[in-house]
Ligand binder design. Sequence first.
Ligand code: FPP
Length: 263
Amino acid sequence: MSLEQLLAWIPAGHPDEALARQIQFDRLPAHVAIIMDGNGRWAAQRHLPRVEGHRAGIEAVRDTVETGARLGLGVLTLYAFSIENWKRPASEVSTLMLLLKRYLRSELKTLLRNDIRFQVIGRTEELSADVRRELQTGIEGTAQSTGMLFNVALNYGGRAEIVDAARRAMEAGVRPEELDEERFAQFLYTAGQPDPDLLIRTSGEMRVSNYLLWQIAYAEIYVTDTLWPDFRRRHLLEAILAYQKRERRYGGITPARAAIGAQ
Ligand code: FPP
């Protein structure tokens, strides 16, 4: 995908066109991970029940997924439900699961049209049979897609993922002397995927909330005050533009800084 794919989807003269034209397509983040936060606050601002915020959040998911695919991102990972989210009222949990099932059913065609491959990361075995069935339909239905990989983190916890990876490594009979970071990463839910270059969090909170703890080691973090239900193509483009202005150092120094040190 490319600038053309993106522009074909933006009405001529729309303000997003100028943003799209600023993107450097040869420097896109390979993996963007998003903490979708603020649904409850969005609903509260409108004196609506919390679940209405989640319902409105689906539109943001649609727009973000299609923008990511048209941009040509390698991987997009959305945090839909954490292990800790089971503590919410049962009615909110069941609405979230219902919304997810409906989303998958109604969006399968859009995912396929955009050549998107759908995957789930998390302790999916603990989800109810009807949710697992719907997820499986989405995974199998998009298995042949070769474009963006769309991960939904569901019943996900970063520490749980690391524990699960350690267990799997032991079960696979990996000997302690064989274990290094690269080998360990092969047992994570995201095995084979690039680590997120960009982590976006909506609604202004400065927390990582047990999300992709291993994988975000060197991610650039971008926090926006926008509440998730209001997040659209424009916000993703703005986040990527901000990312492209950053200087990434991975714990080292850039040539420019090395030159200052050498003076
Ligand atoms: C955080 O808002 C959001 C969630 C816990 C759920 C996000 C889920 C969706 C948008 C729907 C399903 C997802 C997909 C991928 C189809 P919050 O309720 O914690 O907001 P608050 O902090 O303002 O209360």
